[in-house]
Ligand binder design. Structure first.
Ligand code: AMP
Length: 280
Protein backbone atom coordinates (compact mmCIF):
# COMPACT_ATOMS: atom_id res chain seq x y z
CA UNK A 1 0.00 0.00 0.00
CA UNK A 2 1.42 3.37 -1.02
CA UNK A 3 1.31 6.46 1.20
CA UNK A 4 0.79 9.62 -0.83
CA UNK A 5 1.39 13.01 0.79
CA UNK A 6 0.84 15.55 -1.98
CA UNK A 7 -1.95 16.36 -4.41
CA UNK A 8 0.49 15.85 -7.29
CA UNK A 9 1.31 12.34 -6.05
CA UNK A 10 -2.39 11.49 -5.78
CA UNK A 11 -3.10 12.89 -9.24
CA UNK A 12 -0.17 10.98 -10.76
CA UNK A 13 -1.24 7.75 -9.02
CA UNK A 14 -4.81 8.08 -10.29
CA UNK A 15 -3.79 9.06 -13.83
CA UNK A 16 -1.41 6.11 -14.03
CA UNK A 17 -4.22 3.73 -13.02
CA UNK A 18 -6.66 5.26 -15.48
CA UNK A 19 -3.95 5.21 -18.15
CA UNK A 20 -3.88 1.44 -17.74
CA UNK A 21 -7.63 1.37 -18.27
CA UNK A 22 -8.37 0.77 -14.56
CA UNK A 23 -11.31 2.30 -12.69
CA UNK A 24 -10.44 4.33 -9.60
CA UNK A 25 -12.41 4.52 -6.34
CA UNK A 26 -11.88 7.05 -3.56
CA UNK A 27 -12.94 6.70 0.09
CA UNK A 28 -12.64 10.06 1.90
CA UNK A 29 -12.22 9.80 5.69
CA UNK A 30 -10.90 11.73 8.67
CA UNK A 31 -9.14 8.63 10.00
CA UNK A 32 -9.78 6.97 13.38
CA UNK A 33 -11.04 4.22 11.15
CA UNK A 34 -13.66 1.70 12.27
CA UNK A 35 -15.86 -0.95 10.68
CA UNK A 36 -18.05 1.74 9.07
CA UNK A 37 -15.07 3.05 7.12
CA UNK A 38 -14.00 -0.53 6.37
CA UNK A 39 -17.39 -1.18 4.78
CA UNK A 40 -16.82 1.75 2.40
CA UNK A 41 -13.38 0.38 1.50
CA UNK A 42 -14.88 -3.05 0.86
CA UNK A 43 -17.56 -1.55 -1.40
CA UNK A 44 -14.84 0.36 -3.27
CA UNK A 45 -12.72 -2.78 -3.56
CA UNK A 46 -15.66 -4.66 -5.07
CA UNK A 47 -16.57 -1.90 -7.52
CA UNK A 48 -13.20 -0.50 -8.60
CA UNK A 49 -9.86 -1.79 -9.93
CA UNK A 50 -7.83 0.66 -7.82
CA UNK A 51 -8.82 2.09 -4.43
CA UNK A 52 -7.46 5.12 -2.60
CA UNK A 53 -8.57 6.22 0.86
CA UNK A 54 -7.87 9.70 2.14
CA UNK A 55 -7.12 10.39 5.79
CA UNK A 56 -7.39 14.08 6.58
CA UNK A 57 -8.84 15.80 9.62
CA UNK A 58 -10.24 18.79 7.74
CA UNK A 59 -9.94 21.95 9.85
CA UNK A 60 -12.46 23.97 7.82
CA UNK A 61 -15.38 21.70 8.75
CA UNK A 62 -14.88 22.20 12.49
CA UNK A 63 -16.36 25.19 14.31
CA UNK A 64 -14.17 27.27 16.67
CA UNK A 65 -15.55 25.48 19.74
CA UNK A 66 -15.52 21.99 18.25
CA UNK A 67 -13.14 19.08 18.67
CA UNK A 68 -10.59 19.63 15.85
CA UNK A 69 -7.58 19.62 18.17
CA UNK A 70 -8.63 16.53 20.12
CA UNK A 71 -10.19 14.57 17.23
CA UNK A 72 -8.64 11.07 17.43
CA UNK A 73 -5.62 10.57 15.17
CA UNK A 74 -4.58 6.93 14.83
CA UNK A 75 -2.59 6.88 11.58
CA UNK A 76 -0.68 3.60 12.04
CA UNK A 77 -3.80 1.63 13.01
CA UNK A 78 -5.69 3.29 10.14
CA UNK A 79 -3.05 2.15 7.64
CA UNK A 80 -3.22 -1.40 9.02
CA UNK A 81 -7.03 -1.45 8.62
CA UNK A 82 -6.90 0.02 5.10
CA UNK A 83 -4.22 -2.46 4.08
CA UNK A 84 -6.33 -5.38 5.39
CA UNK A 85 -9.24 -4.08 3.30
CA UNK A 86 -7.12 -4.10 0.15
CA UNK A 87 -6.72 -0.34 -0.26
CA UNK A 88 -3.97 0.42 -2.80
CA UNK A 89 -3.06 3.95 -1.70
CA UNK A 90 -3.55 6.20 1.31
CA UNK A 91 -3.67 9.93 0.67
CA UNK A 92 -2.63 11.68 3.89
CA UNK A 93 -1.78 15.31 3.13
CA UNK A 94 -0.75 18.02 5.59
CA UNK A 95 -3.14 20.92 6.22
CA UNK A 96 -0.81 23.19 4.18
CA UNK A 97 -0.95 20.81 1.24
CA UNK A 98 -4.74 21.06 0.92
CA UNK A 99 -4.97 24.67 2.15
CA UNK A 100 -1.86 26.47 0.91
CA UNK A 101 -0.96 29.72 2.67
CA UNK A 102 -3.62 32.30 1.83
CA UNK A 103 -6.17 29.75 0.53
CA UNK A 104 -9.32 31.77 -0.18
CA UNK A 105 -11.41 29.47 -2.38
CA UNK A 106 -14.36 27.64 -0.85
CA UNK A 107 -17.27 25.62 -2.18
CA UNK A 108 -20.67 26.34 -0.71
CA UNK A 109 -23.87 24.57 -1.64
CA UNK A 110 -26.28 27.36 -0.79
CA UNK A 111 -29.46 26.53 1.07
CA UNK A 112 -28.70 22.86 1.69
CA UNK A 113 -25.65 23.83 3.75
CA UNK A 114 -27.80 25.63 6.31
CA UNK A 115 -30.12 22.71 7.00
CA UNK A 116 -29.92 19.89 9.58
CA UNK A 117 -26.32 19.71 10.85
CA UNK A 118 -25.58 22.91 8.92
CA UNK A 119 -28.04 24.79 11.14
CA UNK A 120 -26.25 23.93 14.38
CA UNK A 121 -22.71 23.67 12.95
CA UNK A 122 -22.23 26.94 11.07
CA UNK A 123 -19.79 26.61 8.19
CA UNK A 124 -19.55 22.84 8.59
CA UNK A 125 -20.88 21.89 5.16
CA UNK A 126 -18.87 24.64 3.46
CA UNK A 127 -15.79 22.95 4.88
CA UNK A 128 -17.00 19.49 3.85
CA UNK A 129 -17.90 20.55 0.30
CA UNK A 130 -14.60 22.39 -0.10
CA UNK A 131 -12.41 19.50 1.00
CA UNK A 132 -14.37 16.89 -0.96
CA UNK A 133 -14.21 19.09 -4.08
CA UNK A 134 -10.42 19.32 -3.65
CA UNK A 135 -10.19 15.53 -3.28
CA UNK A 136 -12.39 14.82 -6.29
CA UNK A 137 -10.53 17.34 -8.47
CA UNK A 138 -7.18 15.85 -7.44
CA UNK A 139 -8.03 12.15 -7.68
CA UNK A 140 -10.59 12.32 -10.51
CA UNK A 141 -12.07 9.04 -9.25
CA UNK A 142 -14.73 7.16 -11.21
CA UNK A 143 -16.51 6.43 -7.91
CA UNK A 144 -16.37 7.96 -4.44
CA UNK A 145 -17.80 6.18 -1.41
CA UNK A 146 -19.68 7.83 1.46
CA UNK A 147 -21.76 6.57 4.38
CA UNK A 148 -25.49 7.10 4.79
CA UNK A 149 -24.54 7.76 8.44
CA UNK A 150 -23.89 11.37 7.40
CA UNK A 151 -27.12 11.70 5.41
CA UNK A 152 -27.20 15.50 5.20
CA UNK A 153 -23.58 15.45 4.01
CA UNK A 154 -24.66 13.05 1.26
CA UNK A 155 -27.35 15.51 0.12
CA UNK A 156 -24.85 18.39 0.06
CA UNK A 157 -22.23 16.38 -1.85
CA UNK A 158 -24.70 14.99 -4.40
CA UNK A 159 -25.82 18.53 -5.13
CA UNK A 160 -22.23 19.75 -5.39
CA UNK A 161 -21.22 16.99 -7.82
CA UNK A 162 -24.23 17.82 -9.94
CA UNK A 163 -23.66 21.59 -9.90
CA UNK A 164 -19.94 21.37 -10.65
CA UNK A 165 -20.55 18.68 -13.29
CA UNK A 166 -17.89 16.49 -11.70
CA UNK A 167 -17.28 13.15 -13.41
CA UNK A 168 -17.40 11.11 -10.19
CA UNK A 169 -20.33 8.88 -9.27
CA UNK A 170 -21.16 8.89 -5.55
CA UNK A 171 -21.91 5.53 -3.96
CA UNK A 172 -23.72 5.58 -0.60
CA UNK A 173 -23.18 2.69 1.81
CA UNK A 174 -25.49 1.62 4.68
CA UNK A 175 -24.91 2.56 8.33
CA UNK A 176 -22.73 0.07 10.20
CA UNK A 177 -23.77 -0.41 13.84
CA UNK A 178 -22.43 -1.96 17.02
CA UNK A 179 -24.11 -5.22 18.06
CA UNK A 180 -26.47 -3.23 20.32
CA UNK A 181 -27.48 -0.75 17.61
CA UNK A 182 -25.23 2.27 18.25
CA UNK A 183 -24.08 3.66 14.90
CA UNK A 184 -20.28 3.45 14.67
CA UNK A 185 -18.59 6.83 14.92
CA UNK A 186 -15.03 7.97 15.54
CA UNK A 187 -16.54 10.14 18.31
CA UNK A 188 -17.99 7.21 20.27
CA UNK A 189 -14.68 6.96 22.15
CA UNK A 190 -15.53 10.26 23.87
CA UNK A 191 -18.51 8.61 25.66
CA UNK A 192 -18.32 7.58 29.31
CA UNK A 193 -19.85 4.19 30.20
CA UNK A 194 -23.07 5.87 31.34
CA UNK A 195 -23.24 8.04 28.22
CA UNK A 196 -22.55 5.01 26.02
CA UNK A 197 -25.62 3.30 27.53
CA UNK A 198 -27.84 6.36 27.11
CA UNK A 199 -26.55 6.92 23.54
CA UNK A 200 -28.53 3.82 22.59
CA UNK A 201 -31.62 6.06 22.72
CA UNK A 202 -30.69 7.32 19.24
CA UNK A 203 -30.89 3.94 17.53
CA UNK A 204 -33.91 3.06 19.71
CA UNK A 205 -35.66 6.18 18.46
CA UNK A 206 -34.77 5.26 14.87
CA UNK A 207 -36.18 1.74 15.39
CA UNK A 208 -39.35 3.13 16.97
CA UNK A 209 -39.93 5.42 14.00
CA UNK A 210 -39.22 2.65 11.48
CA UNK A 211 -41.78 0.45 13.27
CA UNK A 212 -44.42 3.18 13.36
CA UNK A 213 -43.88 4.09 9.71
CA UNK A 214 -43.90 0.42 8.79
CA UNK A 215 -47.30 0.11 10.43
CA UNK A 216 -48.69 2.97 8.35
CA UNK A 217 -47.99 6.02 10.52
CA UNK A 218 -46.71 8.52 7.93
CA UNK A 219 -47.41 11.78 9.76
CA UNK A 220 -44.09 13.57 10.28
CA UNK A 221 -45.16 15.35 13.50
CA UNK A 222 -46.28 12.06 15.05
CA UNK A 223 -43.02 10.34 14.07
CA UNK A 224 -40.96 13.19 15.52
CA UNK A 225 -42.95 13.11 18.79
CA UNK A 226 -42.35 9.39 19.13
CA UNK A 227 -38.59 9.89 18.66
CA UNK A 228 -38.61 12.80 21.10
CA UNK A 229 -40.25 10.62 23.76
CA UNK A 230 -37.55 7.95 23.41
CA UNK A 231 -34.70 10.48 23.50
CA UNK A 232 -36.32 12.49 26.31
CA UNK A 233 -36.32 9.46 28.59
CA UNK A 234 -32.52 9.69 28.96
CA UNK A 235 -31.29 12.49 31.23
CA UNK A 236 -27.86 12.78 29.55
CA UNK A 237 -29.36 13.11 26.06
CA UNK A 238 -30.24 16.55 24.68
CA UNK A 239 -31.87 16.74 21.25
CA UNK A 240 -30.24 19.00 18.65
CA UNK A 241 -32.70 18.18 15.87
CA UNK A 242 -35.26 15.59 14.88
CA UNK A 243 -36.12 15.92 11.20
CA UNK A 244 -38.38 14.32 8.63
CA UNK A 245 -37.14 15.69 5.32
CA UNK A 246 -36.84 15.11 1.62
CA UNK A 247 -33.35 13.54 1.30
CA UNK A 248 -32.45 15.62 -1.78
CA UNK A 249 -33.51 19.06 -0.52
CA UNK A 250 -33.36 18.51 3.27
CA UNK A 251 -36.67 20.41 3.44
CA UNK A 252 -39.28 19.21 5.95
CA UNK A 253 -42.16 17.08 4.69
CA UNK A 254 -45.56 16.74 6.35
CA UNK A 255 -45.97 13.09 5.52
CA UNK A 256 -43.24 10.51 5.07
CA UNK A 257 -43.04 8.87 1.65
CA UNK A 258 -40.78 5.98 0.63
CA UNK A 259 -37.25 7.47 0.51
CA UNK A 260 -37.97 10.18 3.11
CA UNK A 261 -35.04 10.81 5.46
CA UNK A 262 -35.70 10.56 9.20
CA UNK A 263 -32.68 12.02 11.00
CA UNK A 264 -31.63 12.76 14.57
CA UNK A 265 -28.78 14.71 16.11
CA UNK A 266 -28.37 14.73 19.87
CA UNK A 267 -25.83 15.66 22.46
CA UNK A 268 -24.95 12.82 24.79
CA UNK A 269 -23.05 14.62 27.53
CA UNK A 270 -20.53 16.73 25.60
CA UNK A 271 -20.55 14.52 22.50
CA UNK A 272 -22.80 15.22 19.52
CA UNK A 273 -24.05 12.06 17.79
CA UNK A 274 -26.18 11.56 14.69
CA UNK A 275 -28.28 8.71 13.34
CA UNK A 276 -30.88 8.30 10.63
CA UNK A 277 -32.95 5.99 8.50
CA UNK A 278 -34.39 6.16 5.02
CA UNK A 279 -38.05 5.26 5.49
CA UNK A 280 -39.50 2.46 3.39
P1 AMP B 1 -15.51 10.43 8.82
O1 AMP B 1 -14.16 9.82 8.97
O2 AMP B 1 -16.31 10.48 10.08
O3 AMP B 1 -15.49 11.75 8.07
O4 AMP B 1 -16.33 9.44 7.88
C1 AMP B 1 -15.82 9.08 6.62
C2 AMP B 1 -16.90 8.36 5.87
O5 AMP B 1 -17.29 7.19 6.59
C3 AMP B 1 -18.17 9.21 5.68
O6 AMP B 1 -18.65 9.01 4.37
C4 AMP B 1 -19.09 8.64 6.72
O7 AMP B 1 -20.46 8.78 6.38
C5 AMP B 1 -18.68 7.17 6.72
N1 AMP B 1 -19.10 6.53 7.98
C6 AMP B 1 -18.85 6.98 9.24
N2 AMP B 1 -19.44 6.18 10.14
C7 AMP B 1 -20.10 5.22 9.45
C8 AMP B 1 -20.91 4.11 9.81
N3 AMP B 1 -21.20 3.82 11.08
N4 AMP B 1 -21.43 3.34 8.82
C9 AMP B 1 -21.17 3.65 7.52
N5 AMP B 1 -20.40 4.67 7.10
C10 AMP B 1 -19.89 5.45 8.06
Amino acid sequence: MQILRTVNELRAWSRAARGEGKTVGLVPTMGALHAGHASLMRAARTRCDRVAASIFVNPTQFGPNEDFARYPRTFDADCALASREGVDAIFAPSVDELYPEGAATFVEVEGLSERLDGASRQGHFRGVATVVAKLLIAAEPDFAFFGQKDAAQVAVLRHMVRDLRLATELTICPIVREHDGLALSSRNIYLSAQERTQALALSRAINTVEDLAGHGQRNAATLMEAAEAVLGAEPLVRVDYIAVVDWATLQPVENAAPGTLFAIAAWVGATRLIDNTILA
